[in-house]
Design a protein around this ligand. Sequence first.
Ligand code: ADP
Ligand code: MG
Length: 726
Amino acid sequence: MATLRFNALDIVNKRTPVPPSPASSKISDYYASNVFTIDAMRSCIPSESFKKLIDSIERGEKIDNEIAEAVACGMKTWAISKGCTHYTHWFQPLTGLTAEKHDSFYEPLSDGRTLDKFKGSELVQQEPDASSFPNGGIRSTFEARGYTAWDPSSPAFVIENGSIKTLCIPTVFVSYTGEALDHKTPLLKSLNALDKIAVEICQYFDNDVTRITATLGTEQEYFLVDRALYNARPDLFMCGRTVFGHSPARGQQLEDHYFGTIPPRVHNYMVDFEIELLKLGVPIKTRHNEVAPSQFEVAPIFEEANLAVDHNALTMDIMEKVSEKHGLKVLFHEKPFDGLNGSGKHNNWSLSTNQGKNLLGPSTKPKENLVFLTFFVNVIKAVHDYADLLRASIASAGNDYRLGANEAPPAIMSVFVGSQMTAILDELERNSTVKVDKGDNVYMKLGINKIPALILDNTDRNRTSPFAFTGNKFEFRAVGSSANPAGPMTILNLIVAETLKKFKTEVDKQIDKGIKKEVAIINVLRDFTISSKKIRFEGNGYSDEWVKEAQKRGLNNVNTTPHALSAYISKSSIELFTKHEVMTEREVYARYEIMLENYMKKVQIESRVMGDLAMNHIVPTALKYQKLLIDNVTGLKQLGLDNKETTETIKAISKHLSTIIKGVDDMTEERKKANTIEDMHKRATTYCDSVKPYFEKIRYAVDKLELIVDDEEWPLPKYRELLFMK
Ligand code: ADP
Ligand code: MG
């Protein structure tokens, strides 16, 4: 009997729901209790310094040493009152995880006493020896230092691990020579670039606008499997996805999981991690079942983008930690199970003014709607002009399995805007009048100052679009569930900033020629609408017709990562990054290299795991079963009996076995060849084009064997067990 699998199943059958940690029934009693919030700061920092700090944060300016000293002192007092003994700079290196290095507050004095100490300089900057973080060749080993520097726009927080409490200080992570080695640095720079130009645009309409922030709400999809079963699946363990597994008789075809009742074990888990997150000030709002069995979603209320990114990283950390307590394992991989939906992380993005006005929220006031239309059209134009770069921003080994597969947006970038906005853009294009509707939906003439009053119907949704306007924000749906949203958000901010810049240049040119401002704006919006039209698509993005239609329109469909990533280093991309000071050319190349290497390693690991599992688990099991059948047929023959069907099964097993053995051999050869290639782009591409194609062949044969071999002997927990065990 397959001991590991059946022991695991036994554990699953004996599990009982673990109650969540007790918490007050009122969320407001504990919300953000582990965060060094504005209120906490006010009570721990001398008022003069506090005022200066808030001022600097609001203006996005550097904090001077004196203030840092006072803040460090206050932060330490607060953290110790919370029971912290250690502090850490918390950052997001390019590994895709969060990183921390803990230091104690304690410091011995020469007379034998001790002191709890935390200096301003330690708050502001640290030098972790970080030679083992990916750096894409930026840092040579003899200069292994990296710097972490405090990001005051994201508040410090306390992480609890049982009774151990640690003060975490969000930081950026850069090399000794100042180059970004993390996700946050370019994001902050892109937010700055966007802020600058968006303010200039807003001042066409309103001089009181002095700051624009991007807002982000991340809908996080994930799968849950029982931890015992997870541990019995080396592929899940090593790659985060199953490389083998026949579809269960029942998958998602009954469509009975979406928004269904949440199973008790899962429900307790959700409540538990939500409590932890709420304590950390992560504004978790929504939880529900997703489409595939054992697939779920959690979503927060949107926040300023940088904070939202930190909170998403925290969310994933905490979800992982808490899942252990419940005997579960959370899977953030984009495609853990073949034949079922993959997981995404919808990035809901918008822009907000310092007065709290959403620039992508249409209103009933014509003047405000010109502002809305300006930003709306510019975003579409940005996606049109930089579709390849936007596509590259979501490229990863995991997302390659998802994009264009079961109910996931395709790798073709397009924008869905809904029927009302389509009608408005069509009108704008034609420069005629918009239909006048009686009742609430009063449309007015398009033209100077006469933008229609918009009352958008939020239910106008298209789930198949990679980039959809959803009433008052854009939703970038093609982002993968395991991705750090900073990557795609940096690109989106950047391309919108660049487009707004072009827009402003054009408008100003017209104004200089004596054309009235509003007319100039409308004129340029019209041009932009026309020149970006081909990116708009309202139909079914999952359909084959769309693939054909997109090709006709000249839209790219790059469905593998190493090919998609090339867009990062195109001439126009490098120009874009450097012009807006988001990354230097060196930084872009380093990042590109890291992403390629990351892809290559993931495919390499999968290929090895697949080889090992096939040869050490599947082949021996199938051989044993085949021998049983051969014994049976031989025995029957001795009795003068015949069993043709069994002989056929023996033959089928042989056929599958040779596919597997030959496949693994050939794949290993291809891998060896690939490993000799120096150039990372070529090596990653070879892994993609020459190694990966074996996955499907080998998998097909293994999955067939799963259907033939005695269930008692099958070593890997099956899909039905992984997906339906509650
Ligand atoms: P759904 O897309 O499932 O219908 P919602 O529209 O309520 O759900 O929102 C999805 C996410 O979009 C949430 O995280 C929400 O906070 C976020 N969101 C709503 N408005 C904005 C905005 N102006 N900017 C960024 N995100 C937003
Ligand atoms: Mg959504």
